[in-house]
Design a protein around this ligand. Structure first.
Ligand code: NAP
Ligand code: GLV
Length: 321
């Protein structure tokens, strides 16, 4: 029996989103299944049962009358959720150890960078200034992670292992060994009040848009040896109110920030974040979606689906993540 074909709709614009690279990997892992990289004039839309996508053109998926499952090639589905014409079909997101490990590396790297005063030390080096400041232990710092899901939980465990005090905030109640767990709107306040370094790994939804605003950032604990709270946002740019975030960095509400994601990407050359002395900017590369790991994951999910098993990591359309 002919296997339903897979269409790839990929619009990333960076090296790891090279459509040809993804096509080669999917051809390798989808034995006996036709894989089309769109646009392809040879394609018969009726043949397509599966679509693996990253930021497809709005409306593009509506062309496939026999589509059964949509696979988002990243963890965050906010770009797809913004498409009102998205077919009402199962939508599966990425949740794999490869991507999780990459994000944990990023979070640990940047928590350590702020904890170990790297912004000050790099400036000292540029000025040839030998002037170490007193260094405090990890146990003096409380890291609060907004979003205690697949990524947040793994990062929390790694930071806990390094000796930081770690807490997390999610929508539903959680129980993670060694991590103080807060949940829901009512527990946001106590979560913030005891956080020195805030790590944001929330999905972007109607509820979370611009959650990182002046009101929230002013409620962080200012009493740590860091001198002022620090923000690390590797979730999505739409989670931060950028005008208020900048004001917080300028008036000392925040001491420093690491920002991987922005409302407009690539970050425009005239953005003040590029040159802010207390901001570390990275180009949305906290956790790359790797074609090797993810193509295998999608191929396995298709096999599961065709064997009558439940799809894993399906998105709840109502919640938006
Ligand atoms: P996930 O497993 O779905 O976890 C999301 C977490 O956020 C969950 O703990 C969820 O609470 C919580 N949450 C969602 N809405 C909330 C709300 N209104 N109030 C409180 N908590 C809320 O997602 P993930 O795999 O960890 O990924 C998280 C995000 O990271 C993605 O959506 C994406 O935007 C971002 N990301 C960025 C990069 C990058 O390179 N920068 C790479 C990958 C992913 P519950 O547990 O109670 O549901
Ligand atoms: C990357 O940003 C992802 O959502 O996987």
């Amino acid at each position: 029996m002919t296997k339903g074909a897979l269409a790839l709709l990929i619009h990333g614009g960076t090296d790891n989103w090279s459509p040809q690279r993804w096509k080669r990997r999917f051809d390798d892992v989808c034995a006996g299944r036709r894989v089309f990289l769109l646009p392809d004039p040879e394609i018969d839309p009726a043949e397509i049962h599966y679509a693996a996508v990253w930021k497809p053109v709005q409306g593009a998926l509506a062309a496939f009358a026999n589509l059964r499952v949509i696979f988002n090639l990243g963890a965050g589905v906010d770009a797809l959720m913004a498409d009102a014409s998205l077919p009402d079909l199962p939508l599966v997101r990425v949740a794999v150890d490869d991507l999780t490990g990459r994000m944990t590396e990023y979070v640990v790297l940047h928590v350590l960078a702020h904890h170990r005063q790297e912004i000050y030390l790099r400036a000292s080096q540029r000025e040839k200034r030998w002037a170490p400041k007193q260094q405090w232990p990890a146990s003096a710092i409380s890291v609060g992670i907004m979003g205690l899901g697949k990524l947040g939980t793994d990062a929390a465990r790694a930071l806990n292992g390094l000796g930081f005090r770690v807490s997390g905030w999610s929508r539903a109640a959680k129980n993670v060994t060694g991590v103080a767990c807060f949940h829901g709107k009512d527990q946001l306040e106590p979560f913030l009040r005891q956080t020195h370094i805030l790590v944001c790994l929330l999905p972007l939804t109607a509820e979370t848009r611009h959650v990182l605003d002046k009101s929230l950032l002013s409620r962080l604990d200012r009493t740590s040896p860091l001198g002022a709270p620090v923000l690390i946002n590797a979730g999505r740019g739409g989670l931060q109110n950028e005008a208020e975030l900048l004001a917080c960095l300028n008036d000392g509400t925040l001491g420093a920030a690491t920002l991987d994601v922005f409302e407009t990407e690539p970050l425009p050359p005239d953005s003040p974040f590029w040159t802010h002395p207390n901001v570390i900017v990275t180009p949305h590369n906290a956790a790359d979606t790797d074609p090797d790991a993810i193509s295998r994951y999608v191929a396995d999910q298709i096999e599961r689906f065709e064997a009558g098993l439940a799809l894993q990591n399906a998105v709840d359309r109502g919640r938006g993540y």
